[in-house]
Design a protein around this ligand. Structure first.
Ligand code: BG6
Length: 487
């Protein structure tokens, strides 16, 4: 268990806090993983009494789908460790009140003055909160550790990410900063490294001699769900590609780390991003496809087009779909394309990484031979499968593709919320699953040409109907003799 600490959540009444953070923290607390002396301190703009905040905590836990089953009177007990401070995020008085509250909690606890600050506010407030925490002396690690978790989006382009990193470093050392990408908290994502480096049979063929291409899909069936205002500003490149998809890509493509620790792993991830061929504006049309959904049919019902969504401009060119071809110019991957795609309002929610192998050099069997595929099913139906050819029973040598399937169900345990894992890691001080400064910046650099090119309106949008797999150009991007997997 981590040392006793206080989790200070900025944006305590926000959506993320209610739907994800509180259930995740509660789950850890109920399992006894946070130890005695753990407290939550919510900070928000609304003036609210501690009692009112506790009511909100209870409500969040009973309404979120992510809350574990609540045992006995744990709801009451957990609410009792929750505290609240209300105030404007720009005002020093708010931080005096936070400091006083932290001291009060610590005196009652009688142990180390550890605090984890979680920025779950709109990104425009990240810098000011960090600065004020520093001014109030709350970032100083004299009597215990002080750490900062920063939610996404981390900047909106390279320049703003660099500026945000600089601003944070005015106050915090890099080892105190935890930039969150919740995909890294997913068990199935961590398993990519476990499978690659915990076995001998995959690594020897994990290269240009055997791999034909790699495809990574993060498809979502949902549309805007009231987030149109945010999404208009973000678009799929900032919302999914720069962070979640790039993370999946680096885990598949990275070299073997020298150790399984934060810096060794992140060094390798940065190296992959640095080896990836840049995409300047002039190359964008050759390697990237943008899409936006129009009206269509999903699960048998009419689904709105993006431009009909709330808080979306009627002539918006914001992309809701991206497919991109990445090329890694190093000895392992030279000539092996990595295709990444993500979109909203596709036919279903599914995330998968598929490593597609080359065909055998000679076709000895009638009907030709297929490519073997190792697929990491990130979500749902979590698992790993290997597709290969087998002889069908009978006199003749007729081959057919078969699948060897591993399912997480086999472990008989529920997969935890990625936020639980990441919160616990931050409390323990393990930054392995948090992107480092240079990693975030390198990922922004890779997508910057796409952002620039796509800041121009596109008269072809919308170009796919809700409930379909995106624009046709995404299929053409693969080139002849390759197909997106049927998911
Ligand atoms: C978030 C994006 O970071 O990730 C959302 O802002 C997206 O738009 C979500 O829906 C997907 O996460 P998950 O865990 O549901 O795949």
């Amino acid at each position: 268990a981590p040392e006793p600490c206080t989790l200070v959540i900025f944006g305590a009444t926000g959506d993320l806090t209610k739907r994800k953070l509180l259930p995740a923290v509660f789950g850890l607390w109920q399992d006894g993983q946070l130890g005695a002396g753990f407290s939550v301190l919510g900070v928000g703009r609304n003036p609210m009494s501690e009692e009112e905040f506790r009511t909100l905590v209870r409500q969040s836990l009973t309404t979120s789908k992510e809350t574990d089953e609540i045992e006995g009177n744990n709801l009451e007990k957990f609410a009792a460790v929750a505290h609240y401070v209300g105030g404007e995020f720009g005002e020093t008085g708010t931080y005096d009140a936070i400091g006083a509250k932290l001291r009060e909690i610590q005196e009652a606890r009688g142990a180390g003055d550890n605090a984890l600050f979680y920025l779950s506010t709109p990104p425009s407030l990240f810098e000011v909160i960090s600065q004020r925490l520093g001014d109030a002396g709350l970032a100083s690690e004299s009597d215990g550790w002080r750490r900062l978790i920063v939610e996404k989006p981390f900047g909106r382009d390279l320049a703003s990410a660099v500026a945000l990193n600089d601003a944070l470093h005015d106050v915090w050392k890099e080892h105190q900063i935890y930039r969150i990408d919740h995909y890294l908290g997913k068990e199935t994502v961590q398993n990519v490294l476990a499978i690659r480096f915990g076995n001998l049979i995959f690594e020897p063929i994990w290269n240009r001699s055997y791999v034909e291409h790699v495809q990574i899909t993060a498809a979502e069936d949902l549309g805007m769900e009231g987030r149109g205002g945010y999404y208009e500003e973000a678009g799929v490149v900032r919302d999914m590609l720069q962070n979640h998809l790039m993370q999946l890509f680096t885990l598949v493509a990275m070299e073997t780390p020298v150790a399984f620790d934060a810096n060794a792993i992140r060094d390798e991830k940065v190296k992959v991003l640095r080896s990836t061929r840049p995409i300047p504006v002039e190359r964008v049309s050759q390697v990237a496809v943008r899409g936006q959904y129009g009206p269509g049919t999903l699960y048998g019902e009419r689904a709105k087009g993006y431009r009909e969504e709330e808080k979306v401009a009627p002539d918006s060119s914001t992309p809701t779909f991206v497919a991109v071809k990445l090329e890694v110019d190093n000895w392992r991957w030279s000539g092996v394309p990595f295709f990444l795609r993500s979109g909203k309002r596709l036919p279903k929610k599914v995330t998968e990484i598929a490593v597609v192998f080359k065909r055998p050099p000679l076709g000895l069997f009638p009907g030709g031979t297929e490519r073997n595929v190792l697929a990491f099913r990130i979500q749902p139906d979590e698992g790993v499968s290997l597709k290969f050819s087998s002889k069908t029973p009978g006199q003749e040598n007729i081959l057919r593709e078969v699948v060897m399937d591993f399912r997480y169900d086999a472990f008989g345990a529920e997969l935890e919320s990625p936020y639980s894992r990441l919160l616990l890691d931050a409390m323990i001080g393990d930054a392995t699953l948090f992107p480092r400064e240079d990693e975030v910046q390198q990922a922004w650099e890779l997508v910057s040409g796409i952002l620039e090119a796509w800041s121009q309106p596109d008269a072809n949008l919308p170009n796919y109907a809700a409930g379909t797999w995106g624009p046709d150009a995404a299929d053409e991007l693969l080139g002849p003799d390759r197909r997106w997997r049927h998911l």
